[in-house]
Design a protein around this ligand. Sequence first.
Ligand SMILES: Cc1cc2nc3c(=O)[nH]c(=O)nc-3n(C[C@H](O)[C@H](O)[C@H](O)COP(=O)(O)O)c2cc1C
Length: 339
Amino acid sequence: MPDGSSSHQWAKPLRIGGLELPNRLVLAPMSSVSTLSARLIAQTAGAGLVVTETLSACALVRGSERRHLQRSTVPSEDRLAVQLFGAKLETLTEACWLLSDQGVQWIDLNLGCPVPKFLRKGAGSALMRTPLEIGRIVEAMRRSFHGVLSVKMRSGWDARSRNAPEVAQIAANAGAQLITIHGRTRAQQYRGRADRQLIRRVVEAVPELPVLANGDVTEATDVLAITAETGAAGVMIGRGAIGNPWIFEGALSLAAGKPIRPPTVADRMVTLERHAELIASVARDDRERVRELRRYASAYSKGLPGGRHFRVHAMKAEDAETLVTLTRNFLADARPEAA
Ligand SMILES: Cc1cc2nc3c(=O)[nH]c(=O)nc-3n(C[C@H](O)[C@H](O)[C@H](O)COP(=O)(O)O)c2cc1C
């Protein structure tokens, strides 16, 4: 029986394909959130792998998403998986060739997105309804891409069809090298608790592959709990890392038997400044810059005294410079109480 907890497997390196990850803690793909700045900051905080926002295979083939990808990655960014969504085998295969040409080393196939826009096209979690089609797609992607290939799925379409263990086996037989399982069905969206028993069943269904458990890891100690309950080799963290990249550092401290060091206000300040620089380096204009920065200014003020008032005020800032200055001043004032 796999048991990830006793040996802190998730803190150990993972050799996969030609790559070596320093650990198995992964920043989840999150649209509009797992941008370049968030990915680089998560890696600095200890994430062993980061995943991009999901990219449309169709748009990649047409060319538009290709420009977006080029603009939103930097050559030094390694330990990066690019997530693809799509429903058509031919389009996904062509997208794999294109990404391969661009030097991408890891592709993750999206089998989990519950958004109607994806489902109407038969992509995301809609594919969970046709497991054999998943097998054909993964096999074709495997033939056209020589890097690491993984899939990320939900537990199933709805409560009556929680077929993730079966889908995991099919994907593994077709050539997937790693499976992430978010323990909710498409019907649940983000409601209820992620089902850890189901995650364990997926771990047991594909003993030859590393499985990442995903869902509701909001604190570093949750990494211990979810691996103990599921036997997963690693953990993917989504919402728990928004505004809290230190969750990765905290989990690694736990594995090393060290106390978790909560972020100081100074940590938040340095990190926010880094976000601002990275966002400025890729944003097309000030509107885009301020839009992305608002998200982090808001996230880093959470839990600090006066945070709510700050957010109302700061969200009105119309340019990035003003927003950075307001946040800097807020954090400087919050320092004596919260550091
Ligand atoms: C804002 C947001 C955007 C997301 N975008 C994606 C996505 O593009 N691809 C994907 O596979 N999952 C996406 N997800 C799902 C997450 O990757 C993850 O599976 C889910 O949030 C559960 O993990 P958590 O409880 O750690 O957040 C998204 C989630 C959120 C909150």
